[in-house]
Design a protein around this ligand. Structure first.
Ligand code: SF4
Length: 255
């Protein structure tokens, strides 16, 4: 299902915000660690954990593996859910060792059709985390879907036929040239826009998408209408529900 509005939205966001140059991280292993640690927490907390790991000289697969469970958990404590996340990092390292001989470079050049299922079968790695690793660490053209994407595009009136992770991903991947750099920029633009403008209470009066947005146009036509404000309520819960659902899927995966 291709939708030309997907590309048009990218052009508008890129014109407004300029290059994002994501993902923050010094090398693919740091990107992977960040992708796991950022589950259910703000990026500022992840940065503190990454600084701890760097200071301890532990931001490489072999150095992270050499840490005890308690040492690793303590270093990543600022990211929250730190014991569970330490277990997730260990599960990733087990996958790296058992399937790729501990060679991160070898893992990252594996075809996405092989690497994605292997990541998804790993404890603590759901579709969003797996796709962030594929896109930002392996530079493979896989579109990352998150709660911000679903919220913003639902408001725009651009939705897939099926409201599932795969449905949303197909919408983007079939509407855009299959380029990792483009996918990476677009996801970064969506996250920035959703955090700054299309927030739980959307700031439509300063949005670059107002003239093409179902919700934005509706708000302009009925400015001050309390019903519209009510419709926007609860978005934080919606985002949180999605995040929790993602986490729950991850928790039930076998270790
Ligand atoms: S116009 Fe409003 S609802 Fe639409 S994308 Fe912009 S901030 Fe979000």
């Amino acid at each position: 299902m291709s939708d030309p509005r997907v590309r048009d939205t990218y052009d508008r966001l890129a014109a407004r915000y300029g290059p994002r140059r994501w993902w923050p991280g010094d090398g693919p292993f740091e990107v992977i660690v960040g992708a796991i640690l950022t589950q259910r927490t703000a990026w500022a907390n992840v940065e503190k954990a990454l600084v701890n790991l760097k200071r301890a000289g532990a931001l490489s697969p072999s150095a992270t593996r050499a840490l005890s469970d308690d040492e690793l958990a303590e270093l990543i404590r600022p990211s929250g859910f730190y014991r569970s996340k330490a277990r997730k990092l260990r599960a990733f390292l087990d996958l790296l060792d058992e399937s790729f001989g501990g060679d991160l470079g070898r893992m990252l050049v594996a075809p996405g059709r092989e690497l994605r299922p292997a990541l998804l079968a790993t404890y603590g790695i759901g579709p969003e985390t797996a796709d962030a690793i594929l896109l930002y660490a392996a530079r493979q053209p896989v579109f990352v879907i998150d709660a911000y994407t679903r919220r913003t595009f639902s408001r725009l009136g651009i939705r897939p036929e099926r409201d599932t992770y795969d449905g949303w991903q197909r919408l983007f991947e079939e509407s855009l040239p299959r380029e990792a750099a483009l996918f990476g920029e677009y996801h970064a633009l969506i996250v920035g826009h959703a955090k700054d403008v299309c927030r739980a209470e959307p700031q439509c009066d300063r949005c670059a998408l107002t003239e093409v947005c179902e919700t934005g146009l509706g708000r302009h036509q009925v400015a001050g209408d309390e019903r519209v404000m009510d419709d926007a309520a609860g978005d934080d819960e919606e985002v949180e529900d999605f995040v929790i659902a993602e986490d729950a899927r991850e928790r039930v995966r076998p270790a």
